[in-house]
Design a protein around this ligand. Structure first.
Ligand code: SP5
Ligand code: ZN
Length: 335
């Protein structure tokens, strides 16, 4: 399978994140990419598709904020990584956004996604990596893999969060539609609900979002991913959430996968985008499913049985030593 990667994605390297009331080492490390690269073999470099595909998903003001946030942080005399500490829960309009701290609050939904000096560069090339792999699929490849890092599925049109800054899967979906595809299905199999992707397409009938994830009653991101979220307006019925309990293993996972795949089939997409997170792995340090390395091949084979042109976009997965093998297993099952 053709795999795409750009090493400018390593530029994103925050040092700590807020977790359970204390700062701990940032879990979404650049070494994740090294583990995957060592396991999947040769990759192709990303081509630059410019900013227009980013603007098709994210708002102009959010992109401007993200581009300058770390410089603004430094200009305010701060050291280290930029992170918010106050959020406009009461959304008085217009928001007063003069201060960098106000902007950080307004354009984020958590305090575990710091902006470091290289965040914009890495996120930009992550999106370009997704677009480059999409290009291969649009040109006729049955499947391609985009090694995107930082991941994307938690961030929305105008907010970051969950280690995500640009929504790579959503950017690829919009680009596919701009290139003439009529219907795109996004299957999200990361441990966490892909709240940003859901939000972006919530009122859209031409993009299906189907997600299998840890029940948000107990797990991050808490406020999205419940079964009764089904989309709205023209998008009603084009969002499918399949929360599973902590401790779920392959036997618990496969029935949910079959439900999701039936919905994808009924939707009859021209293109399938898989938001693939390996944080469903039994050994993941921040997650609580029991999927084993070999299980990813079984999951991928079922996805491949749909026979749809498929773009796989990397999302989470934090057991760095096993991450490469988990990704390789998934890609092998897809081939
Ligand atoms: C893309 C993705 O998988 N994002 C996950 C974001 C989850 N963030 C909140 C979970 C809190 C766990 N933090 C533990 C850090 C240990 N170093
Ligand atoms: Zn995740």
């Amino acid at each position: 399978m053709r795999c795409f990667w750009d090493d400018r994605q390593l530029a994103h390297a925050p040092s700590v994140e807020l977790h359970n009331g204390a700062f701990v080492p940032f879990a979404e490390t650049a070494s994740r990419a090294g583990s995957i690269l060592a396991a999947i073999g040769p990759t192709e470099a990303a081509a630059d598709h410019g900013e227009a595909p980013l603007r098709a998903v994210h708002s102009e003001d959010y992109l401007a904020f993200l581009w300058s946030a770390h410089k603004d942080w430094r200009a305010a005399g701060r050291a280290g990584d930029a992170s918010g500490y106050a959020w406009p829960v009461v959304r008085r309009r217009p928001l007063a956004l003069d201060r960098i701290d106000a902007r950080l609050g307004a354009y984020s939904f958590d305090a575990s996604s710091p902006i470091a000096a290289g965040t914009w560069e890495a996120a930009y090339w992550g999106a370009q990596t997704a677009l480059s792999a999409l290009g291969a699929v649009l040109a006729g490849e049955r499947a391609a893999f985009a090694l995107c890092r930082p991941p994307g599925h938690h961030c929305g049109r105008d907010y970051l969060g969950g280690y995500c800054y640009l929504n790579n899967a959503a950017i690829a979906a919009e680009a596919a539609i701009a290139a003439g595809r009529q219907r795109v299905a996004i299957l999200d199999v990361d441990y966490h609900h892909g709240n940003g992707t859901q939000d972006i397409f919530y009122d859209r009938g031409d993009v299906l979002f189907a997600s299998i994830h840890a029940d948000p009653l107990l797990d991050y991101p808490f406020f999205w991913g419940h079964e009764d979220e089904i989309g709205e307006g023209e998008g009603e019925g084009a969002t499918l959430n399949l929360p599973l309990p902590r401790g779920s293993d392959l036997a618990a996972y496969l029935p949910a996968l079959d439900v999701a795949l039936e919905r994808v089939t009924a939707f009859a997409p021209d293109l399938l985008i898989v938001s693939y997170g390996a944080d469903t792995f039994a050994g993941d340090p921040i997650s609580h499913f029991r999927i084993e390395t070999g299980d990813y091949a079984a999951i991928a084979r079922r996805i491949a049985s749909l026979g749809k042109p498929t773009l796989v976009v990397m999302e989470g997965g934090y057991a760095v030593d096993a991450l490469g093998a988990n990704v390789a297993s998934f890609l092998e099952g897809l081939s």
